[in-house]
Design a protein around this ligand. Sequence first.
Ligand SMILES: Nc1nc2c(ncn2[C@@H]2O[C@H](COP(=O)(O)OP(=O)(O)OP(=O)(O)O)[C@@H](O)[C@H]2O)c(=O)[nH]1
Ligand SMILES: [Mg+2]
Length: 241
Amino acid sequence: MTTPLTSPRFLDWRDPATTRTATSVGEENRARKKLRLRRRSVSLGDIHKNADKMEFHVLILGVDKAGKTTLLEKLKSLYSNLEGLPPDRIVPTVGLNIGRVEASNAKLVFWDLGGQVGLRTIWEKYYEEAHAIVYVIDAGCPSSFEDSKSALGKVLRHEDLQGAPLLILANKQDLAGAVSTEELGRYLDLKELNERLYMFEAVSAYNGTGIKFAIDWLVDVMERSKRTEMLRVRAGVTGHV
Ligand SMILES: Nc1nc2c(ncn2[C@@H]2O[C@H](COP(=O)(O)OP(=O)(O)OP(=O)(O)O)[C@@H](O)[C@H]2O)c(=O)[nH]1
Ligand SMILES: [Mg+2]
C-alpha cells in the first residue's frame, strides 16, 4: 500500500479572487498571464524544496496487534492530505505496508511489517537500509509485554541496526488501563540500549495523541545521527540511494 507524496499545490484558474478583479477582456488576460507566471514559480519552487529534503527509511516494528498499521494510517492522515484507512478496515499484516509522508521538512518512508511470530524473521531483511526504528507496544495489554520485550531485545542486538535511533511508542493511550511510558520503561528494563539515541512516547494511533511530538523528535535525531551519515556515505560509495 503506497501513498504518493503530496503533490505541489497549484493555483486555481477559477479562483474567485481573480474573476472578481478582472473587469475587462484585457484585464482578464493580464490577470491570467500573471497567474500563469505565479503558478509556474509556485510549482518550480515546490520542486526545488522537495529535492532539498532528506529521505529517511523508518521501520515500524512490534508484536502483532500492537497497532503498527493503525499508526501508519494515522501518520498518512496527519501528514498528507490523504485520508488513511479507518481502523475497522485494517487487517493483520502479512507482507509489508509502505507509507510515504513529508514531516518536519523531511521525506519519510515508513516500512510497516507484520508482527506475528512466524513473520518476524522477515524484519531483518529491512534492517540494513533503515535510518531508525519505531517500536510499537500495546500499552493496554500487559500480557503482551514479555513478548514485546524479547522481540525488541533481539532487534536491538542485531548488528545491521547498529546506531539506529529508537522510538518506543506506548500505544493505545485512549484505553483507560493503558500504562504510562515510565511504567513501560521500568517493565522493559532494556539492557541493549547502550549508546543508542532513544525515546519513549505515549501515543494513541486512534486519536493521534503524541504522534507529532514523537515524529518531530525522530526526524531531529535522524538528521544528526552517525547512522544517517554512515548510510549516506555507503550510498555514495555504492551509487545506491
Ligand atoms: N484502542 C485502540 N486500539 C488500537 C489502537 N491502535 C490500534 N488499535 C487496535 O489494535 C488492533 C491491532 O491493530 P493493527 O494496527 O492491525 O496492529 P498491527 O501491529 O499492525 O498488527 P500486525 O499487522 O498483526 O502485526 C486493531 O483492533 C486496532 O483497531 C489505538 O491507538 N487505540
Ligand atoms: Mg499490521
